[in-house]
Write a protein that binds this ligand. Structure first.
Ligand code: UD1
Ligand code: UDP
Length: 367
């Protein structure tokens, strides 16, 4: 069988790496499976794309659709046209999409409308309930046409069942982003900024912000970062800045002796910093999962999450986007009263193997 694996944006690369490993392993055992890695080109900077292929040992994509940036509709359109063209040259038997980015939705639609190609959604079923986020629309549209759901949590399973999806299409397998984390844990690397800023373990904060609600308005970004600096008691704050955020951050002109702004970091360097941090402050989805697994206190500047297990089981807490909520959270952190947290069910590093075994069974793949 021929499987297309779709990846377009930074978190996708981390989620597909173990799936490719597991397919390669099964192929070595003689399974008649081939795959095409399709990069949509949604993210294209070396620091948002190429570096992850190098560090995680992901093979070069077979195809790059080179969609690039644009409005939601422009980007969706470019990806759909590019992927449809590829499918017209040669169709696949299964299209695997991961996560909730525009590439996820666009490729699932193109595949499904091409003679009903089967679609598998890795991380299917999660919902934030926040329709102002493009990701929520991507999740809902993708799941409406997905054939096989590979899920990260019981909450996702419940969401799917409530939407009428039958159990024989839901496979609770765990989290491929965490497969990558476990695999790479021994290889995490201290970044240059460690020595440059004289960092000490558990004595700095690592921060990322890239949600439109937090970073697309200069005033909002300014009030959040100003408040974080104010309550940080001078502890170094390391801020690897997403390209979406950089222009606006520069426009705020914000500077502080303990605020250290850098380019986006490589996976191995970034997670080294998370592992040794006093706390993470973020609006990312994936980072809340990684902080949970590493047991690092995590403050999320969002009103909702599609990953509730990071709060109920893990170390994550939703602070919302009101800067007034930041000071009480820092007080709790500095008083040593942050919750301990545990690891969500099935996040054991073997998710991708389970996914591939299910595919072998579903499609009757022979040796
Ligand atoms: C996208 C995803 C978001 C995910 C994030 C991960 C959607 C709707 N959003 O958001 O869910 O959390 O990726 O990082 O799919 N840019 C560059 N270089 C790049 C990529 C982007 O400069 O390599 C800049 C461009 O100005 C672009 C902007 O960032 O317009 C936003 O990029 P885009 O892919 O549209 O959305 P993200 O904010 O990255
Ligand atoms: N990440 C990274 N370097 C950075 C910031 C994030 O390697 O400077 C990794 C992080 O460890 C996680 C993924 O990127 O694996 C999360 O991606 P992002 O926050 O962009 O997207 P989201 O998860 O919010 O969709």
């Amino acid at each position: 069988m021929l499987i297309d694996i779709i990846a377009g944006a930074r978190p996708n690369f981390i989620k597909i790496a173990p799936i490719i490993d597991a397919i390669e392993q099964r192929r070595h055992q003689g399974a008649a499976m081939e795959y095409r890695l399709v990069h949509t080109g949604q993210h294209y900077d070396k620091k948002m794309s190429g570096d992850f292929f190098d560090q995680l040992g992901i093979p070069a994509p077979h195809h790059n659709l080179e969609a690039g940036s644009g409005t939601q509709a422009e980007q969706t359109g470019k990806i759909m046209v590019g992927y449809e063209r590829l499918l017209m040259e040669k169709a696949c038997d299964l299209c695997i999409v991961v996560g909730d980015v525009t590439s996820t939705m666009a490729c699932s639609i193109a595949a499904k409308k091409m003679n009903n190609i089967k679609v598998a959604h890795v991380e299917g079923g999660i919902r934030s309930g926040d329709m102002t986020m493009p990701e929520e629309i991507n999740r809902m549209v993708t799941d409406a046409i997905t054939d096989y759901f590979f899920t990260t949590s019981e909450v996702a399973n419940t969401n799917l069942r409530s939407a009428g999806v039958k159990d024989d299409r839901i496979f609770f397998v765990g989290n491929t982003m965490i497969d990558t984390l476990y695999k790479q844990m021994p290889r995490l690397q201290q970044p240059e900024i460690w020595a440059k800023c004289g960092l000490k373990a558990k004595e700095y904060i690592i921060m990322t912000l890239h949600r439109p609600a937090n970073v697309d308005s200069k005033e909002k970004l300014n009030e959040l970062v100003t408040e974080i600096v104010r309550v940080s008691q001078g502890m170094p704050i390391i801020f690897p800045v997403h390209p979406r955020t950089m222009k606006m951050l520069e426009a705020t002109g914000i500077k502080a002796a303990n605020l250290h702004v850098t380019e986006p970091l490589g996976y191995l360097e970034f997670n080294y910093l998370v592992k040794h941090a006093k706390a993470v402050i973020t609006d990312s989805g994936g980072i809340t999962e990684e902080a949970t697994v590493m047991g690092v206190p995590c403050m999320t500047l969002r009103d909702s999450t599609e990953r509730p297990e990071t709060c109920t089981t893990g170390t994550n807490e939703l602070l919302g986007t009101d800067p007034n909520n930041i000071a009480p959270a820092f007080e709790k952190l500095f008083a040593g009263k942050w919750k301990q947290g545990g690891i969500p069910e099935m996040w054991d590093g073997k998710t991708a193997q389970r996914i591939v075994e299910h595919i072998v069974t579903i499609f009757g793949v022979h040796n």
